[in-house]
Design a binder for this molecule. Structure first.
Ligand SMILES: Cc1cc2nc3c(=O)[nH]c(=O)nc-3n(C[C@H](O)[C@H](O)[C@H](O)COP(=O)(O)OP(=O)(O)OC[C@H]3O[C@@H](n4cnc5c(N)ncnc54)[C@H](O)[C@@H]3O)c2cc1C
Length: 295
């Protein structure tokens, strides 16, 4: 079933994001993680797309394996920087042959060192327009940034770029992770005011360690870490289990509040682990995420 149909008919969706492991041990552990999240009945699980050649092939192989070994619907990520149109067409054809019905179209990050390979696309909107033209039946998701994308000069321009992706044919939006619901809810309202009507899934990442939080801050530059969260983390001090409890409690409260504000769905950045995500659901009293519509 299409993700947008699920949102419309069954209410907020839950989805989990994974990255393709680099080795066999990582694969074994990932499939254990996936198995432990299956009882929550996610609407889909997404698979990130790496910057380098071998990691890109790993994405496609992982999507194939999820398709073959589980009943879950994979949502492959696809980035376009450094890709020729023929590369994109080959990948999309491979996914369509597998019966994949939705894909997340992204630009990707520029390499930190060296120059990027020449490609036919500049912005995610170019990729969306191309995939929409070539595969009219495919459902397309795009990324949104409640607290701004680091390269965008201001939030008005940022909104124009998001609207361009939706106007080019995107069906839904997955947000960058955030810890401040007010920032997300305000941005969601600004999306509606700008005429961006596509459903928006909220990106949630429970903090599980201080080192992990620092990595997140680097990956999602611009994300605010609210003072009450930092106060709780500082009270937790150097005890890893207390830090994790604070992170899980914060994410649980975020989700509870977002449900009250009729969020379209939650997209959990899992880092290939299930424990924190499962504990958020326990805190919310949810044993099965299918049909989360608020009473
Ligand atoms: C949910 C989610 C999943 C992600 N998954 C991956 C992944 O699997 N692999 C990966 O490598 N990265 C991933 N990323 C990171 C993403 O690739 C980077 O944030 C990237 O820098 C921007 O991608 P985008 O698709 O948002 O690009 P775009 O929408 O093209 O935006 C990129 C920048 O260009 C600006 N821009 C857009 N259009 C124009 C225009 N016409 N003129 C001038 N400027 C413009 C935007 O405002 C923005 O600053 C993900 C991000 C999110 C939020």
């Amino acid at each position: 079933m299409r993700i947008t149909d699920l949102i419309r008919e069954a209410g907020p969706t839950v989805s989990f994001e994974f990255f393709p492991p680099a080795d066999e041990a990582g694969s074994v552990s990932l499939f254990e993680t996936i198995a432990s999240l299956v009882p929550l009945h996610p609407a889909f699980i997404s698979v990130t797309y790496g910057a380098g050649g071998s990691s890109r092939e790993r994405t496609q192989r992982l999507v194939e394996r999820i398709r073959a070994e589980t009943d879950l619907g994979p949502l492959p990520h696809l980035t376009c920087l450094g890709h020729r149109t023929t590369d994109i067409d080959r990948i999309v054809d491979r996914y369509e042959a597998l019966g994949i019905s939705s894909i997340l179209c992204l630009r990707g990050d520029r390499p930190r060192e060296g120059t990027e390979a020449p490609g036919d696309f500049t912005h995610a909107a170019d990729l969306v327009a191309h995939v929409r033209r070539r595969s009219p039946g495919l459902e397309i998701g795009v990324a949104g940034y409640p607290e701004g994308h680091p390269e965008t000069p201001n939030t008005l321009v940022q909104m124009e770029h998001l609207k361009a992706k939706v106007d080019a044919g995107a069906d839904f939006i997955i947000s960058q992770l955030f810890f401040d619901n007010r920032a997300f809810l305000d941005w969601r309202e600004r999306c509606r005011l700008a005429g961006v009507a596509a459903p928006v899934l909220a990106g949630i990442m429970p903090i599980t360690s201080i080192a992990g939080m620092r990595r997140m801050a680097e990956l999602a530059a611009g994300t605010r870490f609210p003072a009450p969260l930092m106060r709780s983390l500082s009270r937790a001090g150097s005890d890893p289990e207390s830090v994790k409890r604070v992170g899980i409690h914060w994410a649980s409260e975020q989700c509870r509040d977002l449900l009250d504000h009729r969020v379209d769905g939650f997209h959990f950045y899992t880092l290939n682990k299930s424990d924190a995500t499962r504990r958020v659901f326990e805190n919310l009293g949810i044993v099965d995420s299918a049909g989360l519509r608020s009473p």
